[in-house]
Design a protein around this ligand. Structure first.
Ligand code: KG4
Ligand code: ZN
Length: 341
């Protein structure tokens, strides 16, 4: 089955082609340059850019796969969560294609896409615990089997990626912040500025990063202006260490809480999964817990349509397509949305 996938939930317009063998093409048109002057994604600009980019990216993805439009068997697109105008741009495009080609259409939950990105290069070892960590999400889930997910812990305020993005903006490092924080943290001393770790009481699986973000701001405000390169590097190193330590501790707790489920795998998903220190920590955690872990390919960490085409393929094979009046949504937990009839 040849599935075309479309992803447009935030600031990347992406189209991918997938079949039983894997991903044939995965093109991403980034809008980073459009949003960078504003220090973050401007929803209206994102929606308009998706409209302009969708067809050229679609044509390029088909050409790279060597497919013609009429050879597509199904069309998948992100239905949410995300910026609603941005989601609608890709979703409407997918529905129109499916309708005009008379092929099935399937809506994909963006988080299921991130999780199943781990299934593209080898079948996932399930049941598994997965940490989804991106600009909009930070949560641990139990993946019992493909299509069956239970949330274990979730952020009560900011996502980890958002904490990196906002702190990077404050430190004058530009957008998106995660890769910049990682870059400058390399030369920094993580011990110079003590930063808080929230909700660390035993058994607590939730996350909270807003206090950490405020602590970065208060620490930076106490330093003489302009900030020295060493100040920025030390603060970035302290921030990266605090975020990674919390993510690892909470994931380890989620694994302990799920021990009786006979776990086989441990997975990492979402844009922050590109972070080198977090990936190293996961390799170590997997070795200590005896769980299978393979760091996800960088191209499948940040937003991309390969993961949407792959998740759409799974969903079509498991449960069939969706009606063309499936609604776009800005927010909805993965487990209730994927369990829809
Ligand atoms: O999954 P994604 O592309 O979009 C959302 O669904 O939110 O994730 C984007 C997030 C941004 O917050 C970005 O700063 C972060 O992923 N990110 C990183 C790295 N690369 C991207 N964070 C830390 N280290 C990185 N290397
Ligand atoms: Zn994402």
């Amino acid at each position: 089955m040849r599935v075309l996938g479309i992803e447009s939930s935030c600031d990347e317009t992406s189209v991918a082609c997938a079949d039983a063998e894997g991903i044939r093409s995965n093109l991403v048109s980034s809008q980073v340059d459009l949003h960078a002057p504003f220090g973050g994604v401007v929803p209206e600009i994102a929606s308009r850019a998706h409209l302009t980019n969708a067809i050229p990216v679609l044509d390029a993805a088909l050409a790279e796969a060597g497919w013609e439009l009429k050879e597509i068997d199904a069309v998948a697109a992100t239905a949410g969560p995300g910026l609603i105008g941005a989601v609608l741009a890709g979703l409407c495009c997918a529905k129109a294609l499916a309708w005009s080609l008379d092929r099935p259409f399937v809506g994909v939950h963006h988080i299921e896409g991130h999780i199943l990105a781990n299934d593209i290069e080898e079948p996932m070892h399930l049941p598994a615990v997965v940490l989804v960590v991106s600009g909009g999400h930070t949560e641990t889930l139990l993946v019992e089997e493909v299509g069956t997910y239970y949330r274990l812990g979730c952020t009560r305020d900011d996502a980890a990626g958002e904490t990196f993005d906002k702190s990077a903006q404050l430190l004058g490092l530009g957008y998106p912040g995660g890769p910049q924080i990682q870059r400058v943290a390399k030369g920094g001393d993580p011990l110079r500025f003590p930063l808080p770790r929230a909700l660390m009481a035993a058994g607590d699986l939730d996350f909270s990063f807003s206090g950490l973000k405020t602590a970065v701001r208060l620490t930076a405000e106490k330093l003489p202006r302009p900030l020295l390169e060493a100040d920025v590097a030390d603060l970035a190193a302290a921030l990266e260490e605090a975020v990674v330590e919390v993510l690892l501790r909470k994931t380890e707790r989620a694994i302990e809480a799920m021990r009786e489920r006979r776990l086989r795998g441990l997975y990492l998903a979402g844009g922050v999964a590109a972070n080198a220190s977090l990936r190293r920590g996961f390799l170590d955690l997997a070795a200590r817990t005896g769980l299978h872990f393979r760091p996800p390919s960088l191209a499948y960490c940040t937003d991309n349509a390969a993961m949407i085409a792959w998740a759409g393929r799974h969903r079509l094979l498991l449960r069939g397509g969706d009606p063309l009046d499936l609604r776009a949504f800005a927010r909805a937990p993965l487990e209730s949305w994927t369990a829809r009839p």
